[in-house]
Design a protein. Structure first.
Length: 233
């Protein structure tokens, strides 16, 4: 049973969403501010966290930043309908997805399930040995899907589930262009709609993480109006 953490200062959301998730078979823990959530996570990390952005004591952005120092656990942000800047910042900082308030609880459940399925696949659960699960070497890049491990020039790079899948999709066929639509199919289930900006934000954050490891990293090329390509170095 997967354990989901809900972190929001709105008690109505905590109550209604936790009831929905429990009815779907999830174990749920709730927190009404970022600091109490962080204290709990330091003792036991959940399988996935759903975070509000604006909260007392510690907001969702600060909590996400601290989480990304120690874990690649999937994170979904809850954002107000006018918080476009917060959405982009959240994705760049390491969130895997976002859902706008007011939101469909069914949509939230589907996004949670999609992220957990990807997490399970990367962890190697119920995954057969295929070309996609074998260790992949592309020049200085080494990716181990079953261990969710990435190395660039021998140094570890910590990626979220979505970042890992996007990099894997691009690096599988160096020199070939992947459109944004193709990358959406890789990173999201059919039930989940995202726009081009979401994919662009993930790619920007992926590049930043690779350049933090090697400031000369340039393997991911943007073809404006077309998509992205991985060039083996």
């Amino acid at each position: 049973m997967s354990r989901i953490a809900l972190v929001d200062d709105d008690r109505n959301i905590l109550t209604s969403v936790s009831m929905t998730l429990e009815a779907e078979g999830f174990e749920v823990e709730t927190h009404n501010d970022g600091q109490s959530a962080l204290d709990a996570f330091n003792k036991r990390m959940p399988d996935l966290a759903v975070l509000d952005i604006k909260m007392p004591r510690m907001d969702g952005m600060d909590l996400l930043q601290r989480l990304r120092q120690k874990t690649s656990m999937p994170v979904i942000f809850l954002t107000s309908k006018d918080d476009e800047i917060d959405e982009v910042l959240g994705l760049r900082m390491g969130a895997d997805d976002y859902v706008k308030k007011p939101f469909s609880q069914r949509l939230l459940v589907e996004r949670i399930r999609a992220l957990l399925r990807r997490q399970d696949a990367i962890a190697g659960e119920e995954v057969e040995e295929t070309e996609e699960t074998k260790v992949m070497v592309r020049g200085e890049l080494v990716m181990d899907p079953l261990r969710h491990a990435v190395k660039w020039k021998g140094r570890d790079v910590s990626l979220t589930v979505t970042e890992f899948l996007l990099l894997q999709a691009l690096a599988q066929r160096p020199g070939f262009v992947k459109s944004r639509d193709q990358l959406m199919d890789v990173a999201y289930d059919d039930q989940v709609y995202v726009d081009d900006r979401t994919i662009d934000s993930h790619i920007k954050r992926l590049r930043k993480k690779m350049r933090n490891t090697d400031d000369e990293f340039s393997a991911i090329e943007t073809l404006y109006g077309i998509g992205y390509r991985y060039n083996e170095e």
